[in-house]
Design a protein around this ligand. Structure first.
Ligand SMILES: [Zn+2]
Length: 245
């Protein structure tokens, strides 16, 4: 995939924004008008309407929401109307532009060509431990009849094992759920390889690793992306936008 470009997998277009696009997440210090302006500029660049966006009030849950036609536009221009209590949205609606936002947390696009269904997932460490990606894969199978032989996955930039230092308590939570190699030891410090944890979850769902398209970029050491760990509470948010072509 190319940076700062619209890319495509399994018949689904996607765009990962970066610092040059400005913040696209409500509920931080950036004024609402500026967020709307940034989302509008991305909409123009990607040739969809800002009112087609569906955005979530992400809350580190493992819940997903199935987007129907009358949900289109929810959270597009304000926080309040965003889909509540959910960290993944799934749809087969032609006109929907799904959006997930982040400053370090993994964002995942799941797309299935034959079912013409796709999902964007916010899988931070809490959502990853709770298994949000496996939950969404199961829902896509049950609700949208996705045959996962036909599923492709994009891993957006995220906190990388080079920088994502964690403490013992979080380390034990991951070791209860994943193989030991998701933790990297460097001198006396522990680093979490979130990318690898999600790959394990995808693999357990019998999806071939060749179906994963990875930006392979770390948000903490790459200034092109917003990072909560690097910039603290004032950090903006980058977004993963996905829509049918
Ligand atoms: Zn890094």
């Amino acid at each position: 995939m190319k940076k700062n470009n619209v890319n495509e997998i399994a018949g689904i277009n996607y765009y990962v924004s970066s610092v040059i696009d400005g913040s696209v997440g409500f509920k931080n210090e950036t004024p609402k008008e500026e967020i709307i302006r940034n989302r509008k500029a991305i909409s123009d660049k990607c040739h969809f309407g800002i009112d087609q966006i569906v955005s979530m009030q992400q809350a580190h849950t493992s819940y997903h929401f199935c987007v129907r036609n009358n949900d289109i536009g929810s959270g597009a221009k304000e926080w309040a109307s965003g889909i509540t209590n959910t960290d993944a949205i799934v749809t087969s609606e032609q006109g929907a532009v799904l959006l997930a936002i982040s400053a370090d947390c993994p964002l995942v696009l799941i797309a299935n060509r034959s079912a013409r269904a796709f999902a964007v997932v916010h899988s931070g460490w809490r959502g990853t431990v709770k298994g949000i990606v496996p939950n969404v894969l199961m829902a896509m199978d049950e609700v949208y009849k996705c045959n996962h032989d036909d599923t492709e996955i994009v891993l957006a930039p995220m906190a990388g094992k080079c920088c994502y230092e964690i403490q013992d308590d979080l380390c034990s939570q991951f070791l209860e759920n994943f193989p030991r190699d998701v933790i990297v030891h460097n001198q006396d410090c522990l680093f979490l390889d979130l990318n690898k944890t999600i790959r394990y979850q995808v693999q357990r769902a019998n999806i071939n690793m060749t179906k994963i398209h990875d930006f392979e970029e770390c948000t903490i050491c790459n200034p092109d992306y917003y990072s909560y760990r690097r910039d603290g509470i004032s950090a903006g948010r980058f977004g993963l936008f996905a829509w049918m072509n």
